[in-house]
Design a protein around this ligand. Structure first.
Ligand code: NAD
Ligand code: MG
Length: 402
């Protein structure tokens, strides 16, 4: 078997570290070609020593200089090149001898390097859902043009991928689910840490409470998105693009135990579910080895330890961000681009204690209303809209600052 040369973008983050663990367990299958991240010198240096990539990149140039100093001081790392700057992330996503790219930079910063991988025709393991929220069919069209294969890492989409027929798996982005006998994608979510909290106290939610996810361990931004269920709304939009779904082909179901990671309902009444322990190494290993199966480090499910499984209809008064995202999905590309930009600003401000938890949806819905009829026909339109919506949302954050 040929060794796969992989570039890991966002290597110091939660998905990045889980990816490196899967690689660590399968050294005969993967070679780390390049690592890229934001500014965490300590983690990057440790991973450079272990995986010895050709190139290590930190977007923060000062952090890259510090990394370079550490690498050069370590006599036997002479072959590792260290580079600094955001633009270099796109170069390591498109290196001629890179076969695949794990796209796991968080937020809108993940888009440009993911696009570079796609344009270069790489196989892309897509964790950065924001790429699809921001650019939708433009992203899918680029992938089709360059014959880049997209494999979904997000656990729900990965679960659906596993439950879908092969013909759909092999035409991600432009599949025909109806022709394949699929009637619905059942998108499950835990409901986050505030599923039972009194709604009248949501104003007082702290960042610490919001990032304490009951079942999954994730980065801070996506943890807040899970608490508002904006994340599930984003996943609704992500499912639409990955599986070419229409609005009556996706339903959201709250399933607090997070054992079922999503399901696919077929026209004959059969429903296939993917079940596993909530550990991102399973979906990561699934995409990286597809169509084979490899060791991920995740243990088997202990069915006798599961007392019961619950399924609940989402209550939009508890999760207004979920409603806003679903409405934006059907409103169009401009709405979802604006929503992503606003949410990024609002969540960062909430984590900095500048606005309240309940202000997140205010900032987002006002931004969506302002920009949903702007142009989003081309990538240039989308980038301009993203900047304008980000600036508008920053102003709203100032308006709501506590
Ligand atoms: P994280 O915050 O743990 O890590 C983010 C990574 O991106 C870090 O390596 C960081 O250095 C890098 N980064 C951030 N901003 C950057 C910038 N401007 N330039 C360069 N690098 C930058 O995030 P995460 O939880 O690993 O999530 C990564 C992506 O995967 C997100 O898009 C998230 O929505 C998606 N995702 C995560 C999970 C999960 O379980 N963590 C599940 C599904 C999808
Ligand atoms: Mg998910």
């Amino acid at each position: 078997m040929n060794v796969e040369n992989i570039t890991v973008l966002g290597s110091t983050g939660s998905i990045g570290q889980n990816t490196l663990d899967v690689i660590r367990r399968n050294p005969e299958r993967f070679r780390v070609k390049a690592l890229g991240a934001g500014s965490n010198v300590g983690k990057m240096f440790r991973d450079v020593k272990e995986f010895r990539p050709d190139v290590a990149v930190l977007a923060d140039k000062d952090a890259a200089l510090e990394l370079e100093r550490l690498v050069r001081a370590e006599g036997d790392l002479g072959s590792v090149r260290v580079e600094g700057g955001y633009d270099v992330l796109s170069s390591i996503a498109s290196l001629p001898d890179t076969d695949s790219v794990m796209a796991a930079i968080s937020g809108s910063a993940g888009l440009v390097p993911a696009l570079a991988a796609i344009k270069a025709g790489k196989k892309i393991y897509l964790a950065n859902k924001e790429s699809l929220i921001m650019t939708g069919h433009l992203f899918i069209d680029e992938a089709r043009r360059s014959h880049s294969v997209i494999l979904p890492v997000d656990s729900e989409h990965n679960a659906m991928f596993q439950c879908l027929p092969e013909i759909v798996q092999q035409s991600i982005g432009y599949c025909d689910m109806k022709a394949a006998g699929v009637s619905k994608l059942l998108l499950t979510g835990s409901g986050g840490p505030f599923r039972k909290r009194d709604i009248s106290t949501f104003d007082a939610i702290t960042p610490e409470e919001a990032v304490a996810h009951p079942t999954w361990s994730m980065g801070r931004k996506i943890s807040v998105d899970s608490a508002t269920m904006m994340n599930k709304g984003f996943e609704f939009i992500e499912a639409k693009w990955l599986f070419n779904a229409s609005n009556d082909q996706i339903s959201v179901i709250i399933h607090p135990e997070s054992m079922i990671h999503s399901m696919v309902q077929y026209r004959d009444g059969a429903v296939l579910a993917e079940i596993g322990n909530p550990d991102m190494r399973t979906p990561i290993a699934r995409v990286m080895s597809y169509p084979d199966r490899i060791d991920s480090g995740v243990g088997p499910v202990d069915f006798f330890a599961i007392e019961h499984l619950e399924f609940i209809r989402p209550d939009f008064s508890r999760y207004p961000c979920l409603k806003l995202a679903i409405d934006s999905c059907w409103s169009g590309q401009s709405a979802t681009t604006a929503l992503n930009a606003a949410n990024e600003k609002a969540v960062a401000a909430f984590l900095d204690r500048r606005i309240r938890f309940t202000d997140i949806v205010r900032v987002c819905s006002e931004t969506v209303s302002r920009f949903s009829s702007e142009r989003s026909e081309t990538m240039e339109d989308v980038f301009a809209l993203d900047s304008a919506a980000s600036a508008y949302a920053s102003d709203l954050v100032r308006k709501y600052t506590i």
